[in-house]
Design a protein around this ligand. Structure first.
Ligand SMILES: *[C@@H]1O[C@H](CO)[C@@H](O)[C@H](O)[C@H]1NC(C)=O
Ligand SMILES: *[C@@H]1O[C@H](CO)[C@@H](O)[C@H](O)[C@H]1NC(C)=O
Ligand SMILES: *[C@@H]1O[C@H](CO)[C@@H](O)[C@H](O)[C@H]1NC(C)=O
Length: 151
């Protein structure tokens, strides 16, 4: 029950964050965005510092906590503890030319059926926000303790 309340709060936070928080759209407020160990999103994200100037934090967000696989379509989807790593390989993160948002593309194989791998793409700005310097995903997972460090 408590978890459900938390999830609802996190979902409504993500829904309103884009409008309320100028840093919410992580593609617009983070640099050095990249994927490492196949399933971790790394980024250096801006937030207001104590002195009023912009400050920056390094982040590494475990995407397996935010993304799962639709076992019918074979496409990735936003899902708490989705563990898409069990089904997906060859992941890349890139920002298409002329567009600011970052996209994640992977090749995934559903458990169901004998079909081969399916290529799918998620717009990371739809499920990931820069919460005052810390990357968070839909459902409220935040970046690891190593993230959020000021420097
Ligand atoms: C904040 O930024 C301004 C302009 O770059 C700079 O002059 C000022 O020293 C900075 N403040 C602190 C506390 O670093
Ligand atoms: C992953 O990429 C390698 C090298 O390009 C390719 O040989 C392999 O078939 C790909 N795997 C899937 C599941 O797409
Ligand atoms: C994030 O910002 C980029 C660049 O301004 C914009 O193209 C994109 O639509 C935004 N995404 C969301 C989910 O707000």
């Amino acid at each position: 029950m408590q978890i459900l309340v938390l999830l609802a709060a996190a979902a409504s936070f993500l829904a309103t964050a884009a409008a309320a928080n100028p840093y919410a759209n992580f593609s617009r407020s983070c640099t050095a965005v990249g994927l490492f160990h196949n399933f971790f999103l790394g980024a250096t994200c801006c937030h207001p510092g104590d002195d009023g100037n912009d400050s920056q934090s390094e982040n590494e967000l475990d995407l397996t906590m935010c993304i799962g696989l639709n076992q019918v379509s074979g496409h990735m989807q936003w899902e708490v503890y989705g563990k898409f790593s069990n089904y997906c390989t060859n992941c890349t993160v890139f920002a298409p030319a002329g567009r600011a948002e970052h996209q994640l593309t992977c090749s995934c194989k559903p458990l169901v059926g004998s079909r081969g791998a399916v290529l799918s793409t998620l717009n990371l700005d739809e499920g990931i926000a820069n919460d005052w310097g810390t990357l968070k995903c839909a459902g409220g997972m935040a970046s690891s303790p190593r993230g959020g460090r000021d420097y």
